[in-house]
Design a protein around this ligand. Structure first.
Ligand code: FAD
Length: 234
């Protein structure tokens, strides 16, 4: 789990200085939201409207739907100003194009991860009030790039930065747990005294996104922790 949650909220009788220091490590302010759609067919990218029933080569990859650098920059400016992005950029993923067992026969999944979305809104809105509207922006962008997707959404599961915190314990919606800044990476992640995947308590090892090299499906921190446990010194 998140090491801030572990050391600050769950661990009883741990060193109080460590608890305090982990509590001060920077968690950040979220940076994205995710919407997982059930859809009638796969997106077909390009101007001509075609059927997306059959998977194509690109359905095994992911697509960054972003017009240009200015679009990224504008959503980052919205983030810095504490408002939801007018023009979010989207990474679209169609896992059912690779693994048809993920959806009923003939149907598909379309996951969209988008940036930038601040956890803390400073424009007077709140995430529960705008989650549907912000999710619509992501699907609308997919439809701009893949016109065949208009009207093809069957359902969706929205996770705003606030939902990521509530559903998954990702504090302040940061999927990387702690900010991935230089002063919180390498031997500083999450703190120098616990950066070697070991807590000061005997037999307690640490892993996951809170430890170096941070979050990611590549599982590097788990591999590193396993090596420490196995006594590897190479
Ligand atoms: C929306 C989102 C988008 C992301 N996008 C990307 C991306 O594009 N690329 C990327 O590389 N990373 C991405 N990440 C980050 C990445 O998914 C995580 O950093 C990574 O999955 C963490 O792996 P883990 O094995 O440490 O933890 P987890 O994947 O969380 O695995 C922990 C496992 O432990 C289980 N568990 C928990 N408690 C117990 C218990 N008491 N007993 C037994 N089992 C337990 C859980 O059920 C879970 O299966 C994303 C994360 C999110 C949330």
């Amino acid at each position: 789990c998140h090491l801030k949650t572990f050391f600050v909220d769950l661990l009883e009788g741990g060193p109080s200085e460590l608890r305090e220091r982990v509590g001060k490590a920077r968690v950040g302010n979220g940076f994205g939201m995710v919407v997982r759609h059930a859809v009638e067919e796969l997106p077909v990218y390009g101007p001509s409207v075609q059927s997306g029933k059959e998977a194509r080569g690109y359905h095994s990859a992911m697509q960054l739907l972003c017009r240009d650098q200015a679009m990224l920059e504008s959503s980052y400016q919205d983030y810095l100003a504490g408002r939801p992005p007018t023009q979010p950029s989207v990474v679209a993923m169609t896992f059912s194009g690779i693994d048809p067992t993920l959806a009923p026969v003939g149907k598909h999944t379309l996951f969209t991860w988008a940036q930038y979305h601040t956890y803390e809104l400073r424009n007077g809105e709140n995430w529960d009030g705008i989650r549907e509207r912000e999710a619509d922006k992501l699907y609308d962008l997919v439809c701009q790039y893949a016109p065949n997707m208009k009207g093809k959404m069957i359902g969706r599961y929205i996770q705003t930065p606030l939902d990521l915190e509530r559903d998954l314990g990702l504090l302040r919606g940061n999927v990387m747990h702690f900010e991935m800044s230089l002063d919180q990476m390498f031997m500083f992640r999450p703190l120098p005294e616990i950066s070697c995947y070991k807590a000061p308590m005997k037999g307690l090892y640490l892993t996951g996104a809170s430890t170096h090299p941070g979050g990611g499906v590549f599982g590097a921190s788990g591999r590193n922790t396993a090596k420490v446990i196995l006594g590897w010194r190479g």
